[in-house]
Design a protein around this ligand. Structure first.
Ligand code: K7E
Ligand code: CUA
Length: 623
């Protein structure tokens, strides 16, 4: 059998349409030899897994999972008090669009922001330790945080738009049949502290109840602006599949976020649920509408800030908007009426061309060398096309600017070109994130893993280099050069600001105040100090564990049998859990990370006696 396969390869010299020489070349392009390292990080969204995955490029190996909106026992996330508090009462989220922080429209390697479409939140991951440090939300006055996280040029704001609409203020009930009148959408400016990255809700702009879709922020000439597509300009409230695809054009939002910021400073906003809200009909210049192709999806600003490509899920072309013309149309009031007091910019005045890229264009990315790459959901490919300025001949027949098509497998949603959303893309790699993978993996039953594909875009023609496995369910991703960040190796003792951290044996111990029992433990190869915690039924137990190691990668865990507790401490880190003790017994605890030859020996006991049978718990360490 094996022989037969080999003969097939050598017999025709081809498989999947590539020659043996091409296959060898692609394999080498993707190969990272033992001991060598990848050149880029790929941060890709985990969709409704609530997580962010990190892979290396070009190997496409999944390196780590960063838990954000869902518990992840492997790193103890969602079990300690700090992460539980961040997650509030939610145990899942729907991560769609990671956005790296930027300074002067370039990645500055500080933070990665991700949105939660499901529970209306936004999270910040610190790139010093690749850990989630803040979750903001649910964001007030808005529902369905899908149209984010779009970072402004200097990370002043993360801009968000709502996918769903709701009666406002939140908590008020109206019948969906009164959708047009009673429901509202929202654009939010989430302020980012330039020093700490701490997010807070800055201001909001009230919108009609369209379903806002994907967007992006301006730069260069379009500095201070942001753009979103929408579907359901029809404002249908049922059977959207049919009712939201009635009109030939849907309205995109063109937002002047600097004007919004100024309007709030000038007192032109009213407070709702503590947030300044701008009514765009009363504050001209903050919001404009632009009618673009039917049921659009992505709306992507190019690295120069001059061109914006808008996809159209049900169209055969992507629309290229010229920002300078857009600006001129706004200044000259070249409008075609208004929608609820918000001017609608005249389409013909701002469109540079409709590029016939293929069927179902979703998202566009740029390589910074004058080329764009659009993902085609229906055609299942990526189309490379030439950006404007176009010659007169090209303008007459825009088929001439469509340069290359690369089949993908299958139904590509997002694609990412390295650095596309910055002023200086790296440009070398493109990753296609496919919605379906039918047949691309070994059979694991009815539910197939997702697939992603690494494409070399450095030459004239795109080259399909590798198929990769992808955890469900990727939407967008960001690519960052490894050399641009230097994550910390350990948490230095001096940087551990936890007041309950303990470093020496005589600082450890178990103390009681009424029914509150507090244990402070040290974890070190290969023991816990103390290794016994005495308490009784009805107690509130608080345990602080400090991993006192200062050696990179020397991680200890703290799992308690039958108590649903699992902490994991990085070197130098302290974590805390609280437990209401409800059942008597002796519950072993143990280190969950294989840390040394005597890792198995790293264990102890939580002893919970029935009230009345307990000896008074000792006030100091026991071993
Ligand atoms: Cu950005 Cu998947 Cu949320 Cu397009 S969405 S595919
Ligand atoms: Cu510590 Cu295993």
């Amino acid at each position: 059998m094996a022989f037969a396969i080999v003969t097939t390869f050598t017999g025709c010299g081809k498989q999947s349409g590539t020659t043996k020489a091409e296959r060898t070349e692609n394999a080498l392009a993707n190969y990272v030899a033992p001991g060598e390292k990848d050149e880029y990080y790929l941060f890709y969204s985990g969709g409704h897994s609530g997580q962010v995955f990190v892979a290396g490029i070009p190997s496409m190996r999944h390196i780590i999972t960063i838990p954000v909106f869902a518990p992840y026992p492997a790193t103890g996330y969602g079990f300690d008090e700090e992460s539980k508090k961040m997650m509030a009462d939610f145990t899942w989220g729907d991560v769609h669009h990671p956005g790296l922080s930027q300074t002067k429209s370039k990645y500055d390697g500080r933070w990665l922001f991700v949105n939660d479409n499901a529970n209306n939140r936004i999270a910040r991951i610190d790139l010093r330790d690749f850990k989630t440090r803040q979750i903001l939300g649910p964001i007030p006055n808005s529902i369905g945080n899908h149209g984010s996280s779009f970072i402004t040029e200097n990370s002043e704001y993360i801009l968000c738009a709502t996918r769903f609409s709701t009666p406002l203020p939140k908590g008020r009930v109206a019948d969906p049949k009164d959708y047009e009148k009673e429901f509202s959408g929202m654009v939010s400016g989430i302020k980012v502290d330039p020093q700490t990255g701490e997010m807070s809700v800055g201001w909001q702009i009230l919108t009609p109840p369209f379903d806002w879709d994907l967007g992006s922020t301006g730069k260069g000439p379009s500095s201070g602006w942001a753009f979103w597509t929408s579907y359901n300009t029809e404002m249908a409230h049922e059977t959207l599949e049919v009712n939201s695809s009635q009109k030939d054009r849907d309205l995109a939002a063109v937002v002047n976020w600097r004007a919004a910021e100024k309007a709030v400073a000038d007192g032109q906003a009213t407070l709702m649920d503590g947030v300044p809200i701008i009514d765009p009909a009363k504050v001209p210049g903050v919001l404009y509408f632009l009618a673009i192709g039917k049921s659009p999806h992505g709306m992507d600003v190019d690295p120069t800030g001059k061109w914006i490509a808008a996809g159209g899920k049900l169209q055969p072309s992507t629309t290229v908007i010229n920002f300078e013309k857009l600006q001129a149309a706004i200044n000259a009031k070249t409008f075609e009426g208004d929608m609820r007091g918000v001017p609608i910019i005249k389409y013909d005045a701002v469109v540079e061309g409709e590029v016939p890229v293929g069927l179902g264009p979703l998202h566009t990315q740029y390589d910074g060398k004058g080329f764009a790459y659009t993902s085609m959901f229906i055609d299942s490919n990526i189309t490379k096309w030439k950006m404007p300025p176009w010659s007169d001949e090209e303008k007459k027949d825009l088929n001439k600017v469509v340069l290359d098509k690369m089949p993908t497998h299958f139904s590509t949603g997002h694609l990412v070109v390295a650095g596309s959303d910055t002023a200086e893309p790296y440009g070398k790699w493109c990753v296609a994130m496919n919605k379906l993978s039918a047949g691309r993996h070994i059979n694991v039953g009815p539910s197939q893993p997702e697939s992603s594909q690494l494409i070399d875009i450095s030459g004239d023609k795109m080259k399909m280099v590798a198929d990769a496995f992808t955890e469900p369910e990727p939407h967008f991703a960001q690519i960052l050069k490894v050399s641009e960040i230097e994550p910390q190796e350990v948490l230095a003792k001096a940087d551990n600001k936890d007041p309950n951290a303990v470093w020496e044996k005589d600082q450890t111990g178990v103390t009681r105040e009424g029914t509150n029992v507090t244990a402070k433990l040290i974890a070190i190869r290969s023991r816990f100090v103390p290794d016994r915690i005495e308490a009784q039924v009805g107690d509130e137990l608080t345990v602080h564990v400090t991993n006192v190691e200062q050696t990179r990668d020397m991680i200890h865990g703290f799992g308690v049998i039958e108590q649903n507790v699992n902490l994991v401490m990085d070197p130098g880190e302290t974590k805390t859990f609280k437990l209401k003790l409800t059942k008597a017994g002796v519950f072993p605890f143990y280190c969950t990370n294989f840390c040394s030859a005597l890792h198995q020996e790293m264990q102890g006991y939580l002893i919970v006696r029935n009230a009345g049978e307990a000896p008074p718990p000792p006030a100091t360490a026991q071993n």
